[in-house]
Design a binder for this molecule. Sequence first.
Ligand SMILES: [Zn+2]
Ligand SMILES: [Zn+2]
Length: 244
Amino acid sequence: MIQDLHSHTYYSYCGKDSPEAVIKNAISCGIELMGISDHYYGVVMNRPGVTYESDEHRIITHNNALKRYFEHIKTLAEKYKDHIKVWCGIEITAVDKGFTLLPDGVDVSMFDYCLIENFGCKGSVVDDVFAFAKRCGCEKTGLAHMDLNAYILSKGINRDAFFRKMNEQNVFWELNVNYDSKHHFREHRYVKDFFENAGLIDAVKKSGMKLSVGFDGHLLEDYAADRVINTCKRLEELSVPMIN
Ligand SMILES: [Zn+2]
Ligand SMILES: [Zn+2]
């Protein structure tokens, strides 16, 4: 299945297009499973300097904004269901920039999946990614644009055990094939490394954990569907299962 599980719309500050435009474009490109995964802090319109009367007010405001976004995407999923499968996701960062973290009490469990970004990066406040995935409460959780193999090596973690745990807890690993003006046409090296590392591919397959492919699109004029399609096909050829 040709999938792209990482995309941004105008719900993210950094995204440009409407969700409907993103979905229609995906259909025209031959994507079969499309995930919209806007930034949490974008959807709830959290910015530096935004204040709330109380913590309770903040939680209510955020939950309402998340619900509106979710229902918008679900309406579109229904509208285009004969042409494409659409998942509604949310991208949550592990790095605290003062307005970016998911506050306690805010519910994201209704989303089809969440993407956790910046886990393991400098400034990450998440130590246990499995506990964090549980707190988010989505059926599936993805580790976005992460050099997971480098992380595991640097922490001295048992790779096979970690991968098995990912499988057990429905945590998948994203191969991010972004290449756009938003990110200064910078490729993620770890994706290339993955395909050159037979041992790693083998470990992934043995563990049963799933991968995903995501372009991380922010503006449609930069969308390179061939990068998404080729990566999905390479995984299929290698019999590496993708989340679905
Ligand atoms: Zn991201
Ligand atoms: Zn993203």
